[in-house]
Ligand binder design. Structure first.
Ligand code: URA
Ligand code: SF4
Length: 217
């Protein structure tokens, strides 16, 4: 087996049937793929164990890597404002990432985000599955292509199917929308504003579908 083919896999590090606290603790020691050596620490998901909504991002950014908490940097602040605008209480949301270590490349003194590849996403998926099993959310929202790739498969295109709800065994309601970082990357204020409104609209739909689900039953 060449190193290229060697299995990256977190599953050997994941305690069976563990609650969130146990999972979080075990994840600190994960060496399931080489990214453990590059990031400062494992950034595990955060939120109430009984959250109805789970949001899944890509991977921690620079700020998250230092603080050990997901979505606390610029993208996280934007996400918080969009959740509020959509009428979703941040307190009922569990936020996590498809990959739990920050992958970066040096550029001068800065650490530049580097997209996790398919092997790294696959390697880290057992943590995401364990979080899904522990929290059992009613709705899962993939934020961006990496989360969608992990949970919905490589064939799912966020640009084409954002905001649609797809049948999936992972939760009663599953959908995907753009990543808040994609809003921040737009070239001008008008484009940023437009993308922000679309993200809010997708999140508002999540709230409405969740209310319908509860009313039904
Ligand atoms: N982007 C993500 O996908 N996740 C974070 O936690 C922060 C930024
Ligand atoms: Fe483990 Fe995921 Fe970190 Fe890789 S990125 S070392 S699989 S926690």
């Amino acid at each position: 087996m060449t190193p290229e083919e060697s299995p990256y896999d977190a599953s050997g590090f994941v305690p069976r049937g563990g609650g969130l606290g146990e999972l979080r603790e075990a994840a600190r020691a994960c060496h399931g793929c080489p990214l453990w050596a590059r990031g400062t620490q494992t950034v595990f998901g955060q939120g109430p164990a009984r959250a109805r909504i789970m949001l899944v991002g890509e991977q921690p950014g620079d700020v998250e890597d230092q603080e050990g908490v997901p979505f606390v940097g610029p993208a996280g602040m934007l996400l918080d404002r969009c959740l509020a605008a959509a009428g979703i209480d941040r307190g009922e949301v569990y936020v996590t990432n498809a990959v739990k270590h920050f992958k970066w490349e040096p550029r001068g003194k800065r650490r530049i985000h580097s997209k996790p590849n398919a092997r790294e996403v696959r390697a880290c998926k057992p943590w995401l599955e364990a979080e899904l099993g522990a929290v059992r959310p009613e709705v899962v929202v993939c934020l961006g292509a990496t989360a969608a790739q992990s949970l919905l498969g490589a064939g799912f295109q966020v640009t084409r199917h954002r905001g649609e709800f797809v049948a999936s065994p992972i939760a009663p309601l599953v959908t995907a929308t753009i990543h808040p970082s994609a809003v921040l990357r737009q070239r001008d204020d008008a484009a940023r504003q437009r993308e922000r409104e679309l993200l809010i609209a997708d999140l508002r739909r999540v709230r409405e579908r969740l209310a319908e689900l509860r009313a039904a039953g």
